[in-house]
Design a protein around this ligand. Structure first.
Ligand SMILES: Cc1cc2nc3c(=O)[nH]c(=O)nc-3n(C[C@H](O)[C@H](O)[C@H](O)COP(=O)(O)O)c2cc1C
Length: 301
């Protein structure tokens, strides 16, 4: 398994698979379980300044090719999260995901995450269903530059910017993150989506629209990573629809230094990380790759 060690900038991970924000990462114990299942790192649920209940139910529904959710960023607030990060950090590297309404709030939350022991922060500039947050901030390149640079000047740990695919140019958003000083970009968050129940004649989710995740978005994510890799000089982390080692290999070959998984944890269970680790090692042996790094971006050659 030593073949699977990866570096994202100055951070080193034992395995290339990272738990994506929002799935099995709200408590220290659930994050520990993910490390025991072969995750190289865990990104926490996105945390804000104050406790937030999120949208009312229904907030989650299954579709043919994945899930549509509009959780509305429910979280216990940053003060309550210290103990969860401390528990999880004893088993592996934790990346603190945060969301704020402006630069100052992001910077404050990032410095708290650093104080708690997070090895990096991931800026949620991409949630599609929370008014005033996420993609509402992260769709404007100038705002991205401003948020990222404010956070960079407040912490010493690496800053990752998680981008939205709900835009005409994800490359422009990535370039803005790089200009602001981001250490890596993460692509993609969910695609804006809706499900309607014909019998009820109305949208299934209480928020009406939500974000599509799971296998259906994988080609969109792979394309986003491919484009970002060719236009940026900072590492790209791929996420969206990965459920097996072939999917992970696609993202790596498109240019991802590491990958994240969310929906697959719901589809297969936490053991999906170990299964993919084993699948990647066999593929690498068969095709003569000594390290994951040798595979990064090979689809561009
Ligand atoms: C139930 C659920 C909750 C999520 N919550 C967050 C969140 O709090 N912050 C965030 O940045 N992304 C969140 N996401 C998006 C995921 O991190 C990921 O970007 C997306 O689901 C695509 O990956 P996947 O297809 O592997 O699930 C959430 C996704 C799901 C399904």
């Amino acid at each position: 398994m030593g073949k699977l060690k990866v570096a994202v900038g100055k951070l080193n991970f034992e395995f290339p698979g990272i738990v994506a924000s929002g799935i099995m990462d709200e408590t220290g114990d659930s994050m520990v379980r993910m490390f025991k299942s072969g995750a190289g790192a865990v990104v926490t649920k996105s945390i804000g300044s104050k406790p937030r209940p999120g949208h009312s139910n229904p907030t989650f529904t299954e579709v043919e090719c994945g899930y549509v959710n509009a959780m509305g960023l429910p979280n216990p607030g940053i003060d309550m999260f210290e103990k969860e990060i401390k528990t999880a950090s004893s088993e592996g590297p934790v990346i603190g995901s945060i969301f704020g309404g402006d630069e100052k709030e992001f910077a404050y939350l990032a410095s708290r995450m650093e104080e708690f022991g997070a090895v990096a922060v991931e800026l949620n500039l991409s949630c599609p269903h929370a008014a005033g947050y996420g993609a509402e901030i992260g769709s404007d390149p100038e705002m991205i530059v401003s948020v990222v640079s404010e956070v960079k000047s407040s912490v010493d740990i690496p800053v990752w910017a998680k981008l939205t695919p709900n835009t005409s140019s994800i490359q422009a958003l990535g370039r803005a993150a790089e200009k602001g000083g981001a250490d890596a970009v993460v692509a993609i968050n969910t695609l804006k989506a809706m499900v309607i129940c014909p019998e009820l004649r109305k949208p299934v989710l209480s928020n009406k629209f939500g974000g599509l995740s799971g296998p259906g978005i994988k080609p969109v994510g792979v394309r986003a990573v491919y484009d970002l890799y060719s236009s940026l000089n900072i590492p790209v982390i791929g996420v969206g629809g990965i459920t097996c080692w072939r999917d992970a290999a696609e993202y790596i070959m498109a240019g991802a230094s590491a990958y994240q998984m969310g929906s697959a944890i719901g589809i297969t269970g936490p053991e999906v990380f170990n299964e993919i680790n084993e699948g990647l090692v066999s593929f690498m042996k068969e095709h003569g790759y000594e390290t994951v790094k040798e595979m990064v971006g090979v689809a561009h050659e």
